[in-house]
Design a protein around this ligand. Sequence first.
Ligand code: NAP
Length: 546
Amino acid sequence: MERQAARKSDAGMRYDVVIVGAGFSGMYMLHKCRQLGLSAVVLDAAGDVGGTWYWNRYPGARCDIHSMDYSYSFDEDLQQEWEWSERYSPQAEILSYVEHVAERFDLRRDIRFDSRVVSASFDEDANLWRVVTQAGETWSGTYCVMAVGCLSLPQTPNFDGLEDFKGPWYHTGLWPHEGVDFTGLDVAVVGTGSSGMQSIPQIAKQARHLTVFQRTPNFAVPAWNHKLGEEEVSEIKDNYAAFRDYARWSESGYNGEESHESGHDVSQERRIAEFERRWAVGGFTVLSTFSDIGSDLEVNKMAAEFAHEKIRQRVKDPQVADLLCPTNHPFGTKRLCVDIDYYETYNRPNVSLENLRVAPIEAITPDGLRTTEKDYKFDAIVFAIGFDAMTGPLLNIDIKGKGGQALREKWEEGPQSYLGLSVAGFPNLFTVTGPQSPSVMTNMMSAIEQHVEWISDCLAYMQEHGHDRIEAGEKAEQEWVIHNGEVADTTLYPQADSWYVGANIEGKPRVILPYLGSFGEYRKTCDAIAAEGYRGFELDSADRAA
Ligand code: NAP
């Protein structure tokens, strides 16, 4: 098939692939489609490429995976030529990288921006997905790839009185492009997850006074961020292939030290020494100090106590330090934050911390905010309250499969998918880093590349074998769903009220959303399924199906 460039007027034509989302997933998917000679168009609500990095422009936003890992590996020249400046890249630098990739591979000409997709439905007779945007345009394709991201649907603040607030309010996930100057203002931040922990130290530097409203303290590990040195970079670049290969087959999709040692099998002295050593390295390596931190509550408690001690060392006021120590969930079972100056921020005279567990927010008032105990005056409010994760971005689109079945209905009690890549009853639909795939538990770049490559290999296989319809089988899907639950039950993750289990969204079913098994093992499973002629999938041609 000859690739045809999409223009606005092409909305009526039939593509091979309609891709929803122009972040890292959608961009790479487009690139792979072109290589296969397939016609493809990408639709995105944003004004440009970047996905999560386009929207999350709040002060302090940066990645929590090392820069040398958090980048595309598919193009040797690209990875050799691009220069990352810091250990953890700030949002602006990642966005420049995304823009560079879009330029370099001439991607924008097949991307339609300002095109929010509202529905996608499968026409069985025509073997065709019809993807409709808010503006009412319909884009049709044999295949539809949902590359919508895992954390792209911000949770709307639904506090009483918000509409009457006289000042500006912001959601970290929808930050104004022009930036915000908090100089001299009294500011409130609600939420202390990764976005809160990153923005709070920056906002504190500008604000006259910053009041942080915390419902649940979260665990954080130090970033020890620094400028990347030439030697550090060339050591990796000289061996980039091996570096990437390690990530591809690792537990979590990045280069980090794993552990095969139980926390029970070492003396107290060695245990502390090992925590200290990992702490000094910083980042997620702390989470794998012992192989059973995520599965054995006793070992986990050792990590939690160690982290508490570190908080107490950094925060001068013991009462504030206590308030910042997480005690209601095991270490790392809510997404661990990688912090820069977070705890020290509470030593500043212009920062105070309020405990929403003691006094919840009753309402936003015209002049600020009222808890059950007190009235506060604020010039601006920042909501760092997170996202309807993983299923949210998919269910926000009215997706209908065979027989008009709605995904919203099928997933009423939680997601059901085969490999987090495909859904029974929804032929020719692929989900990049969908629920029940490793996705957010790994380096997203590794997860994205693995999915996009698996999908494009599958499309190539179908071309070669004269197929144009693929659908996950019910049985294979059910087995995968059960397997997900079984793996989750061997971990401590279900114990936390986290977005991993949908607990942050009212009314959302409590189901573990990402696949919690090893990323490397998951890759092997996906590869084996493909090698066995896509075991568990039904492949056909629309002609024969008819
Ligand atoms: P989040 O982790 O879900 O944190 C939201 C925070 O807001 C929590 O402290 C939550 O409290 C609080 N909250 C939510 N609703 C509230 C309400 N009605 N009243 C008071 N407090 C409320 O969201 P996030 O910080 O945006 O992070 C989401 C994910 O995005 C992260 O876990 C991470 O995977 C990703 N992320 C990554 C980076 C990075 O790479 N460094 C940066 C930002 C985000 P509870 O805990 O009590 O629910």
